[in-house]
Design a protein around this ligand. Structure first.
Ligand code: A3P
Length: 321
């Protein structure tokens, strides 16, 4: 059903790292347009186990292409779906409240069986994933749990992914190579455009909520209310105001159970690196348009072309900047 091969482009060699090891292209055997770039560690067995995992009606999924506001959305969704339980939010790490589905299969030296762990998680389970539609559990489409999908403009996402790679995945290469690989759909988890479009096409299904990072940034209250309604919850204006403060950039950046500084420190130490929070924090800039300070003219042009994906027009999709 799946085909796993080495991509035929030397840029892929340049952007692999010791942490995510070699990148491979996983595609559907009968439809090569459905593909995803993954670390070599992600095998046929991982693909099958995710495809066949049991899904429950009350599961909540946050699905994103990396760096599109996953962490931010997870905290919003978890709080809304858990009666605004600030106490638990303060005491239990978000990574435990909202486990990352493919974690065990992507990091070279990690021995984690996430699929087994998820079986034992108390319900309702909150799960996050970056996997594209064709690699998701089959039962997602029959059981139809609630899915919150979030996207962001690809320039900010790519720049954020680059910094993540440098500090989390120990990427030693250049930004130019990274952006080239991203715009050729040859970066880890690529292709972004296809990822977004596949969810955009199903955005009107009753169990799907499609959000934009840029809308959350410009009017968080509106997006919180939209998500509250989608989750069939009802909170007062005062409660919503308090939640918006809790979800603000400064608050999330300072929030020890959410900001991932500790995860980053532990992870970087485990691969023999030194984590210096004065150089990088996971909750980094949180801006719309931050790419303007970071992309060269050539890189920006490459990403302009990337964001103008031919198929978007047909489906009425546009990134927000
Ligand atoms: P930057 O690297 O551009 O700052 P993910 O959780 O999908 O990995 O996304 C991380 C990105 O979301 C980072 O982007 C981070 O700063 C941003 N982010 C997280 N919480 C945020 C918030 N409350 N407001 C704005 N941006 C936020």
């Amino acid at each position: 059903m799946f085909k796993i091969e080495k991509p035929d482009d030397e840029i892929v060699e340049k952007v692999g790292t010791t942490v995510i090891a070699d990148l491979v292209k996983i595609s559907l055997s009968d439809d090569p347009s459905k593909f995803c770039i993954m670390p070599r560690k992600y095998t046929e067995k991982d693909l099958e186990r995710v495809k066949n995992m049991e899904i429950f009606e009350d599961d909540i999924f946050v699905i994103t292409f990396p760096k599109c506001g996953t962490t931010w959305t997870e905290e919003m969704v978890w709080m809304l779906n858990n009666n605004l339980d600030y106490e638990t939010s303060k005491n239990v790490r978000l990574t435990a409240r909202f486990p990352f589905l493919e974690w065990g299969g992507i990091i070279h030296h990690l021995d984690v069986d996430r699929i087994e762990e998820l079986k034992n998680l108390p319900r309702p389970r909150h799960i996050n994933t970056h996997l594209p539609i064709f690699m998701l559990p089959d039962q997602l489409w029959t059981v139809k749990p609630k899915v919150i999908y979030v996207t962001r403009n690809p320039k900010d996402a790519a720049v954020s992914w680059f910094h993540h790679h440098r500090h989390f995945h120990q990427y030693q290469g250049t930004k130019a190579d990274f952006i080239e690989a991203f715009s050729k759909d040859l970066m880890f988890f690529s292709p972004m455009n296809r990822h977004v479009l596949d969810f955009w096409k199903i955005r009107d299904e009753p169990n799907i909520l499609f959000l934009f990072f840029e809308d959350m940034k410009r009017n968080l209250e509106q997006e919180v209310k939209k998500t509250m309604k989608f989750l069939n919850k009802d909170y007062s204006q005062d409660q919503i105001d308090k939640l918006c403060t809790h979800l603000s950039f400064d608050s999330i950046k300072d929030n020890k159970t959410v900001n991932k500084n500790e995860e980053l420190r532990r992870f970087v130490t485990s691969v023999g690196g030194n984590y210096d929070p004065s150089e990088y924090t996971f909750i980094r800039k949180g801006q719309v348009g931050g790419y303007k300070d970071e992309l060269t003219v050539e890189e920006n042009e490459m990403m302009d072309k990337y964001g103008n994906y031919a198929e978007f027009e047909e489906y009425g999709f546009e990134y927000k900047y």
